[in-house]
Write a protein that binds this ligand. Structure first.
Ligand SMILES: [Zn+2]
Length: 265
């Protein structure tokens, strides 16, 4: 995964410019090389790089940058849903740019970090430490009880629809233990038959989601109020309207609709 910097932009064929959680588009389409080259200047971008093996270039726009004519920013997630063929590169680029902004100084010795010449990593010229982009593992689980499924609304997320129970894996914990703990903590429900169903990168900025199904074993709904706004059992034939459910393409939509990347073996 070599990150090669600036001169290689001429070899790229896909171009992204980001500002916080948004990406630049022209008429809702990806921008061209000419529009990108406008940002290949310190006047308009805080950082930019290319990955030559993936043929794309990515830049982080300055907040006050004047945009090329006809261009506008839209949310990265919206872009990824509307341009599925570019969702891997766009989400990867958005995540790497955010991490490049965070990993500026070595946490061990304080030196300014350099780009690694071979990997998408930062290297400390002082102590030799290498810092790879961070990936946070998380689990997401669809719990079933006969013909019902358990859906929750999270209190602190910007995402306000119903979703499956999810949470980050803690140190020393297996994925299955994380599933059982999160469901118990957030809803008071004990589960059994925890089964892996597939995975999806969710690099907003750095998650890797491991999807599971599980069956209800025991317990009454008791929500963890700091985290969960609402938890309800829904009959599969009486789900909330689509506008209150996860969007198609998301791992939660796949779980609810039984679309598993890994078939039972
Ligand atoms: Zn160091």
């Amino acid at each position: 995964m070599p990150v090669v910097t600036r001169p290689a932009v001429l070899e790229a064929s896909v171009f992204f410019v980001f500002l916080e959680n948004e990406i630049l588009v022209k008429n809702n389409c990806p921008i061209s090389k000419n529009e990108f080259l406008y940002f290949a200047s310190d006047d308009f971008s805080d950082d930019w790089y290319t990955e030559t093996n993936l043929f794309y270039a990515a830049a982080l726009a300055k907040k006050n940058a004047v945009l090329p004519e006809g261009c506008a920013f839209i949310p990265v997630r919206q872009f990824c849903f509307e341009h599925r063929e570019l969702s891997f590169l766009a989400s990867r680029a958005a995540s790497l740019l955010k991490q490049r902004k965070i990993f500026v100084f070595c946490p061990s010795c304080g030196n300014r970090l350099d780009d690694d010449k071979k990997e998408s990593a930062k290297r400390c010229p002082g102590c030799g430490s290498v810092f790879f982009p961070r990936i946070e593992p998380a689990t997401i689980t669809l719990v079933s009880r006969q013909d019902e499924i358990l859906l929750v609304k999270n209190r602190n997320s910007s995402y306000k629809n119903f979703a499956c129970v999810s949470g980050f894996v803690e140190q020393g914990e297996s994925l299955e233990a994380c599933v059982a703990r999160e469901i118990m903590e957030e809803t008071g429900i004990r589960v059994k038959n925890i089964r892996y169903r597939g995975s999806q990168a969710w690099p907003f900025p750095d998650q890797l989601m491991f999807a599971f199904t599980a069956d209800y074993e025991s317990g009454e709904l008791k929500i963890q109020e700091e985290e969960i706004l609402e938890a309800r059992w829904f009959k599969r034939t009486e789900l909330p309207p689509e506008t209150e459910l996860p969007r198609p393409g998301s791992v939660a939509w796949n779980l609810i609709n039984g679309v598993f990347q890994n078939t039972d073996r």
